[in-house]
Design a protein around this ligand. Sequence first.
Ligand code: NAP
Length: 332
Amino acid sequence: MKTYKIAIAGFGGVGRATAGLLLSRRERYRQVYDADARLVAVCGSRSGLADANGLEEEQLSNLEDGLSGVAFIEESGADILIEAGPSNFRSGEPGLAYLRAALSAGRDTIVISKGALVHSGRQLRELARASGAMLKLSGAAAAALPTIDLVEHSLKGCEVLKIEGILNATTNYLLDAMTTRGIGFEAALREAQEGGFAEADPRNDTEGWDTACKLLILANFGLGANLTMDDLIVEGIQSITRERVEAWRNEGFVPKLVGSLTNVNGAFRAQVGIKTYPLADPFANIRGKDKAIRITTDAMGETIAIGSGKEPLATAAAALKDLEHILTKRGA
Ligand SMILES: NC(=O)c1ccc[n+]([C@@H]2O[C@H](COP(=O)([O-])OP(=O)(O)OC[C@H]3O[C@@H](n4cnc5c(N)ncnc54)[C@H](OP(=O)(O)O)[C@@H]3O)[C@@H](O)[C@H]2O)c1
């Protein structure tokens, strides 16, 4: 049986859910992949825990101060890094430092935060290519909603002509509440904040940046594009009024915040903004915090996927799907 030592950097909601799910699936990894998948280190911004023999669930509530940072993860002896820290696409940090170190050292890496992938995606891809490390990022590309996996596996060989995605749960919740219950933007936002799934500062979601990050990651890592944020037109939902939504509804249309990629002679144009859909369109019926993607290809026509997993478990499961891709490849 082959041993895989795994470290998790970033130990908030998603990092903890990933650790819990990883530990609960150890027997599955043994049976399916003949793999001893061992959690050897976890860390937040100031504290962490490491044990080369493997951490157990009950140890994870008592992190030790001072055990954090790139050097701490390096010293843990991990073969695989799962990065689940905060996402900042303007600086790429703190994830970028962890990812550079792991990929340079040839360590297979599973990325959940979007910032570094948007900021320095090309460099990270090159580091992975040079060292032979696998760089997996389902968690950063709409997580439980399959996106990259669809183009890489299910639609393999086809030319992608167009992609539309409802990629941000918070904005879909807000627009759905405004459309179905006739409430205004501020009231819907308050509700989402009280429910704990909209940030106190919601602009990353409402101004379209989160959707833009996911779209850019999908274009660059899934379709081989080389876009930067400057190439995207990004509009959010913050100025959509109750009256505007009501007018659309009276005309039989439903508004959604959509990220779009259009293949123009082999190059992708990317845009984030409001689109309206007639009631018969599947996108008009994506409710609450669900997400969706529609991919149009030359040979397989239209493919639609809808994701409705509950967070943070769904994102943890997306990251561990990546882990299984790694175990398959490395165990072969
Ligand atoms: N929540 C979701 O449903 C979801 C879905 C998809 C993707 N994501 C992405 O997943 C990531 C984590 O989300 P979350 O909800 O788990 O966030 P969170 O609860 O705020 O956790 C972030 C974690 O990162 C740690 N951190 C901050 N700076 C660090 C550093 N320099 N080194 C190591 N760790 C550091 C924090 O440490 P402290 O605890 O010490 O502050 C905290 O443990 C984000 O990038 C988010 O965009 C989240």
